[in-house]
Write a protein that binds this ligand. Structure first.
Ligand code: UTP
Length: 294
């Protein structure tokens, strides 16, 4: 039986250049999807996969994320004074979602570097990584944690993408494992390959589970694509020493750091809301008719 996975790392210290000008002064991880910031969905996903301890990698420009998961006693008291206890509970509960910690990445040197800043906090345990701008509605993280309980290996979430898009992602070649449906053995990893060089159309998607051995590989990783310390390169190096598995899925992922995917998240999440969905559906139908979209 493998050690239980108790800790998560959520890197959220990037510059968010794809979401300018919004992301100049406000972290893109604080973009609202309906009425919750993206990072809250990510934290809630970790909690629902059984994670108790969460480390958010932040930066000096992103302090507002810490406030979101802290108490706000004046607001709670004001809401209670007005008899708004449900709202007051919502505000207070955010501070009790999990044991949430923060560490700063002094410079945005890449995802691998961001994860490396978690080394002391994680210690000698397996842990999961959830990208702070990626929302997943599919139970991928829980599936990865269960996979680790059976196999004891690092695991990465993988989804097929159209071949013409593969150069935006980390790319994996993989082999089937007998008796497994969604779990595969990763045989090669390349960061943002050209279409011609890509070994497959399987893309790495925002969720990782690592044994603590990844930290030594990160420490030895030199800057790669884009001059950043790439987690894909550290994983490729880890794969020469330990098995790396892939957990495949096909839908339910939103890269909210990309404007078009953020808008898709806003539409899907609003439609799914009991209080807002019906009215929003009518609005969409009206818009589609008015604009002659179908
Ligand atoms: P992204 O590549 O999506 O974030 O990294 P970015 O670099 O902020 O985005 P663009 O490309 O400039 O728009 C995925 C996650 O990793 C974090 C980001 O904050 C994001 O949540 N990240 C990225 C870090 O924490 N540190 C880094 O150095 C880079």
């Amino acid at each position: 039986m493998s050690a239980p996975v108790r800790k998560a790392v959520i890197p959220a210290a990037g510059l968010g250049t794809r979401f300018l000008p919004f992301s100049k002064a406000v972290p893109k991880e604080m973009l609202p999807v309906v009425d919750r910031p993206v990072i809250q969905y990510v934290v809630e996903e970790a909690v629902s996969a059984g994670i108790e301890d969460i480390l958010i990698i932040t930066s000096r420009h992103k302090k507002v994320m810490e406030d979101h998961f802290d108490r706000h006693t004046e607001l709670e008291a004001a809401l209670e004074g007005k008899g708004k206890t449900a709202e007051s509970d919502i505000v207070r509960d955010l501070a009790n979602l999990a044991d949430i910690h923060f560490v700063r990445q002094g410079e945005a040197l890449g995802l691998g570097h961001a994860i490396g800043t978690a080394r002391n906090h994680i210690g000698d345990e397996p842990f999961v990584v959830l990208l702070g701008d990626d929302i997943m509605t599919a139970p991928v993280l829980k599936g990865m944690v269960d996979t680790y309980a059976n196999h004891g290996s690092s695991t990465v979430a993988l989804m097929e993408v159209p071949m013409e898009n593969i150069s935006s992602y980390g790319c994996a070649a993989a082999q089937a494992i007998e008796g497994e449906d969604r779990v595969v053995k990763v045989t090669e990893l390349v960061e943002k390959p050209s279409m011609e060089e890509a070994p497959s159309n399987l893309a790495v998607m925002g969720r990782y589970l690592f044994t603590p051995a990844i930290f030594e590989e990160i420490a030895n990783t030199k800057p790669g694509v884009g001059g950043e310390i790439q987690i894909t390169d550290a994983m490729a190096s880890l794969m020469t020493k330990q098995d790396m598995l892939g957990f495949t899925f096909s839908e339910g992922r939103y890269d909210t750091g990309k404007k078009s995917d953020y808008l898709r998240a806003m539409i899907d999440f609003t439609l799914a809301r009991e209080d807002l969905g019906p009215e929003f559906r009518e609005l969409l139908v009206e818009t589609v008719k008015r604009e002659g979209l179908v």
